[in-house]
Design a protein around this ligand. Structure first.
Ligand code: 0O2
Length: 267
């Protein structure tokens, strides 16, 4: 099978990965827009290289005719979360669209039970519809969901696998398991202060959106020839911003919004 075969074969896989990455990234942005905490921290996607596919065909004795059903991670999407609890929220988000575009056909839970290597992650194999130049078809996509800390460990461990071709020396294996335990400890510790961290993140998000709204509305007041009012608000804003008084900034935002609404109604 030549280059052209593989290029054409992989078209729907590239499309699926691009679409799914976009869908999850846009969900993350929507959470941010409405000032809610997002269980999705970042999203990454890749299509398996032809060389890795051939390696798998060789290692597992996969029949080329059944390639699409038997190699289930040709299209792969990885979702990173800040906290372990977020992983389950992301799984729920995917379950909700099971009748729509992401039908879950297999669950591999390496969270409740890590692999012997120390690897932790939650995997879902989904069936995803693709409409490409090749026509309409459904393909399998592997979604890996893990915390940032688990991702850090697994990227390094994976790169060692490349170096040692799965013959990682025992001493390094043991140290990797120790490192995996340390990573779990970090996740546990972070989870125990999850609420405080999330409150701080929410407050920071509110501050940022309030400042944007205040500055926009002061500019708008100038445009509406309300220069005196605008400069009064500007002064109040400068003082509150210097004092880092987030609560008063949020109240100022509300006051300015209703002031602008009132003036617009009068015009
Ligand atoms: P790549 O480069 O990410 O594509 P399979 O591994 O698909 O033959 P299996 O073992 O049933 O079959 O699937 P599993 O265990 O769910 O593994 C699928 C993917 O999970 C792997 O893909 C890795 O990305 C990741 N993974 C699984 N175990 C480990 C591990 O011990 N360490 C790390 N770092 N990642 C792991 P590939 O094809 O190995 O690699």
């Amino acid at each position: 099978m030549g280059t052209k075969y593989w290029q054409e074969f992989l078209i729907p896989y590239h499309q699926a990965v691009d679409e799914i990455v976009l869908k999850f990234t846009s969900l993350k942005e929507q959470y941010e827009k409405i000032g809610e905490y997002s269980p999705i921290e970042s999203v990454y996607g890749r299509v398996k290289s032809v060389s890795s596919i051939l390696e798998k065909i060789h290692n597992y004795g996969v029949d080329i005719e059944s390639l699409e059903e038997n190699i289930q991670d040709i299209a792969g999407v990885r979702i990173m979360c800040q906290f372990e609890a977020d992983i389950y929220e992301v799984v729920e988000l995917i379950k909700k669209r099971s009748d729509c575009d992401m039908e879950i056909i297999k669950v591999k839970d390496y969270l409740s039970e890590a692999k012997a290597s120390g690897y932790k992650s939650y995997h879902l194999i989904i069936r995803y519809p693709v409409f490409s130049v090749a026509g309409n078809q459904t393909i399998l996509v592997e979604i890996q969901i893990r915390t940032l800390a688990m991702n850090f460990w697994s990227i390094i461990e994976h790169s060692l696998n490349y170096k040692y071709k799965e013959n990682i020396p025992e001493t390094i294996k043991r140290r990797l398991v120790n490192a995996a335990n340390a990573v779990n400890e970090v996740d546990r510790e972070m989870s125990s202060i999850r609420e405080e961290i999330q409150n701080a993140q929410r407050l920071f998000g509110l501050k940022s959106s309030s400042v944007t709204s205040i500055i926009d509305n002061i500019g708008y007041l100038y445009k509406l020839n309300q220069g005196e009012k605008a400069s009064q608000y500007e002064k109040i804003f400068d003082d509150l911003f210097a004092q880092e008084d987030i609560i008063q900034l949020i109240l100022l935002r509300k006051e300015l919004e209703s002031e602008v609404n009132k003036i617009e109604a009068e015009v």
